[in-house]
Every structure is written in structure tokens, then in C-alpha cells.
Ligand binder design. Sequence first.
Ligand SMILES: [Zn+2]
Length: 509
Amino acid sequence: MFKLVRTTTLFILVFFLIPKKQFGQKLQRDQIKELAHQYTIASFPMLRELLSIPNDAFFKEDIEKNVQWCEKAFGNRGFSTQRLETTTVPLLLAERKYKNAKKTVLIYLQVDGQPVDSTKWFQQSPYIPTLKKLNNSGDWVPISWESVKDYHDDWRVFARSASDAKGPVSMFLTALDATSENEITPNYNIKVIMDFEEELGSPQLPDAVIRNKDLLSADMLIIFDGPRHITNRPTLTFGARGIATLQLTTYGPVVPQHSGHFGNYAPNPALRLSRLLASMKDEEGRVTIDGFYEGIQIDETTEKILRAVPDNEEQIMERLQIAETDKVGTYYQEAIQYPSLNIRGMQSGWVYEKVRTIVPDRAVAELDVRLVLESDPERLIRLIKDHIKSQGYVVIDREPTKEERLEHPKIATLTHEISYQSFRTDFDSEVGLWLTRALENAFGETPIRIRMSGGSIPISPFVNTLGIPAVTVPTVNRDNNQHSPNENLRLGNYREGIQTMIAILNERL
Ligand SMILES: [Zn+2]
């Protein structure tokens, strides 16, 4: 809980004892904290208003309302805005130049949200933001918005996109207010790119980035998105794995056959697929395809970086209810530095109540490969394809014909799609050092620095096409029910997010 009385007193002291002009220098930790607290309270009406606008990207007229809201919000704060039109909904670019600024920082914000199933929400609507606290029986109960002026850090706002990712949008706007109204001027120019189709996989983004190369040019990119490390301490994330997907099919008889009549005679595609997949990995989950992990080296410096993340692996294993882990790395952070080869689904014949006594006609596996910077995705896919061939298969990218079935004993169909590449920024890059300094100033501790997150975000067009180094600044609570019913944002995280962003605007570049 935030100690209101003590800090309010402190704020008054800070506010009156230090001449306002001095705020124009650089804010100290206590000042940042005070500003964050005061402006958090002042920002709740804005947060509520923003969360009240439905933002499922499937409904274009709703998205238009969000675009207009953002145009107004940034326009009111001295930004010029322009729409970057696409074939669907636009991206919005807001820009503000500051005196004596030499560098430009690009900020990526996501405004759309996942679809909602209102019946699964424990409130009137996902678009009526509801303030709640935990009662003694462990239930979230609504409380009046009036009480928010004396808010507790553990209270939460429940609404779609509270965490993913309108919360951060509101944090950033609030940080802009807190700094500009106290004459704190960034010494860099700001461009903000707003994405209204992130939850659809940002299908328009790569093309829009290429078409608007000059407009988007910047020295560095910050992404305000995602949850902090599980300890909820200040966190910076320096990269994310990319993703490619594959579909692999093996074949048996042209249509399913009676297993009594043809078991022992017609080859079973499920068994073939199982053998094929099993041949790609060893007992301990490591890919055995030659060259799959080539180029990845965890040197001493990297090892130190990875080991510094305070993961509690016993806790992770308990949460997943697993007795052992794969051995691609010897610990969690190491494991996600490598590309993965994952079976995300399999199907052959029927199971459960639909099970039948047949030799199936085919077996299908859906695979995903999480990519890292060292591995060329085309090369990894070629390695997988070559491996399948080495197991005696003719590999094609469509259904086999009758002639092909009769000619080749083993046929596999393999198709793939490379969604986007990985990105990774060095800790001691300019943006990395600058953000680390900003967070150290805000919280008095070095942030948890994560070299690479396991999941993927559509940032590689900026990093790889425009060559802008990127770092993610996550702020929200990890248990926020992102993408699910009852999404929420912890108010302590909201306040510390504002604190983080004030510190970034305040930090000299
Ligand atoms: Zn999301």
C-alpha cells in the first residue's frame, strides 16, 4: 500500500522548497515518485475513458473511435499526428520535437484488444472499467471509483486492454503531462507509432514500415508492452524470439481402412509421423538435426547476464506440474536463447468418444519454430526438410497424386510460413544503457534485464528493416488475465509504470 500521508507531506515539501525552475534540470528519485503518485490519481478519469472504447480490431468502426481518441490525446499534448493508411485500419504516428534535441526516440504503443466474451466477465461489461479489491474470502469485489483518490497499490482496474495494452498508453500520456507541466523537457524528439491491429498479428505493419521508412526513422525504439518479470520488479527486455510455423503430413491408404482387414498390411501414417518426429529430437528434448543450433554460443558475458535473472525454477516447475525439464539449456533463461522445434498439435483418425477401429489415411503435425537471431529461418526449415528426406521420404508441398502414392513408399507434405524474425539489442547499446540509467534513477535498483523473451512480438520490421535498436519496457502485473476474461491492471503497477515513463522522459540521452 502506498503511504499517502507521509508522501503527501514529502510532496508538499518538494514542491514548495525546491523552486520550480529546478525541475527543469533533472528529477531526483523522490521527485519522480511524488510526481508519479500525484499524476496517477489525476489520470484515472482518462484511463477510464480510454478503456470504455471497445477496441476489438475485428470491428473497424470501433477502431476508428480509438484512432480519433489517440489523435486528440496526443494533439492536446503538443504532438502533430498523421495517419499512415493501410488497406485496413491506419497506423497513427504522433510526433513532437523538442528544443536542442539531437536524437529521436520512437515509441511503439498497441491500442487494440483481444475479442471479448462478455458472459465470462464478472462485471457488467469488459468496456465498463470496474475498480475492485480483494476481500477476505479471496474474491474481487467492486468498489466505487470515488475511493480511487485514496487508492491502494493492490486494487485493480478490470477491463479489456487494462494491461494489454491501453494501461501503458495511459501511463505514457500521464507521464507526458507530469513532465511538461513541471517543465521537464526531454532532450530528444519523440515519435509515437500506434498499432490498432496488434492482436491480429499486425498484418499491415511490415509493409507500412517499408512505405513510411523516412517518417519512422529514429535512433532507437521503445516498446511499452507486456508484464514485468514474475517478481514484479522493474524489468527491461532486450529481445524476443521470432516465429515460423510448419505443417507436416504423412500418408497411409488413400481412405481410412478397417483395422481388422488391413492392420498388418496397410502402413499406418500415425506411426510413421511419430517415428519421423521422434527422429528429430533426443530423449531429453534436444533437436538432433545437424546444425539446428549452429552459431549460438553462450559466452561468459552472456552467461552472467542470463544468470542474473532471478528465476525461481522450482516455482516454475511447480506451476507447470512437470518433474523434469528439456535439456536444451541447463536453466530457463538459457533454454530460450536457442531456436525451438515444437509440436503444437497432432491429428490422425479420431480419439475419445469418436474413436474407431481403422488404419487412418493420414497423420498431421502442426509445428512451430521459435527463431533466434543467429539462425536464418530459411536455413532451419531447409534443415528440417532435408532431415525428413534423409528418413526415406519424398517431400512435396501439396497432396500426393495417385501415381506418386503408387510409386513412392514414403511421402510427406511439408508447408511452412515465416511470420517474423527475432530481434535482440545489446545491454551496452546506447538505448540499453540509457533505459537502465532511467530505471535506476526511478527505483534505486538495477532493473532485471532479460536478454530475450521466449515469445514473439511484431517488432522485427522496425529493427531489421529500419535498423532501429529496440528495447521493451514492460510495466504491468504478470497475473493480469491478458487475452482472457477479467483482464485487469494492478494500480501499483500502473503507478510504477507512470514512474518508469517519467524517469525515461527525464533521463538525458
Ligand atoms: Zn495481446
